[in-house]
Design a protein around this ligand. Sequence first.
Ligand code: ZN
Length: 113
Amino acid sequence: MAALPVYRWRLAPDGYATRRQLRAQGLRPGGQCVAAQLERPRRRRGPLVAYLYRIDLAKPVRPMTPGRWAALAKANTARRICPACRTDAGYVIPTSLGTCVTCAYPGADSAGV
Ligand SMILES: [Zn+2]
């Protein structure tokens, strides 16, 4: 196995990211091998090592399936239903109000607010 390039902590070259950094961008290593490693020296113990992956070889995280979209839509719809008037408010019911704005502030519409 070829030796991996080792970089000092915070001096990682552009185009490389840790698994966590990839995840933050909605990416995953996608089966590629570790491309490089970062080492942060620590006192009395071995260095802290982080593995880097090439961003250009990373793949998007598991795409949403129709089932997952449906489950998400259902959850979002439930959060838009006002518990007081049982209608779809068209937006997520604010937890601070607990009901849709129309129920929370009756007459707000007619008052032109
Ligand atoms: Zn309501």
